[in-house]
Write a protein that binds this ligand. Structure first.
Ligand code: HEC
Length: 128
């Protein structure tokens, strides 16, 4: 009886510490997320600096000359701008979670990425 009570006592401290650490991490993360959202800079978005990489990392793997899912190629400025200006990119990227038409299929991009794309489209999707 005494033995098991002691074992129990020794488990409480590590558990309490783990709980504190976890709570602390959650707090840190929420501060980080808030900071990132506030830092989203959509003022000077360019194709070469922002959009090319955004599409390259998230879309082009399934939408290129060798593998054009849905008949859509998103390689290069001309292809990307055409799909951006006809509204199909934003339409597919802003569908709700669970909608089979959401792009990319693995889940929506961050609000910041979508805002950058919208800002670039608002400028006329230039090759800048
Ligand atoms: C894992 C593969 C994959 C990725 C990554 C992906 N797509 Fe797609 N996409 C597809 C498939 C498959 C289709 C065809 C089925 C459909 O229309 O949903 C499609 C269709 C589309 C269409 C409709 C084309 C048309 O004219 O019918 C658009 C627009 C589109 N994707 C945009 C995007 C954008 C923008 C991204 C990146 C943010 C992206 N996709 C990332 C697989 C992908």
């Amino acid at each position: 009886m005494q033995q098991s009570a002691n074992t129990y006592k020794y488990l409480i401290l590590p558990f309490a510490v783990a709980l504190l650490l976890l709570t602390h991490c959650t707090y840190d993360n929420s501060v980080d997320s808030y900071g990132n959202t506030a830092a989203c800079d959509t003022a000077a978005v360019t194709f070469s600096q922002d959009i090319k990489a955004l599409i390259g990392q998230n879309c082009e793997g399934c939408h290129n000359g060798m593998s054009a899912n849905g008949g859509l190629i998103l390689s290069g400025h001309q292809n990307t701008a055409a799909a951006a200006l006809n509204g199909s990119l934003i339409d597919r990227m802003t569908r709700s979670a669970g909608d089979p038409l959401l792009m990319p299929p693995s889940g929506a991009l961050s609000d910041c990425d979508i805002s950058k794309l919208q800002s670039w489209i608002g400028e006329g999707a230039p090759n800048n």
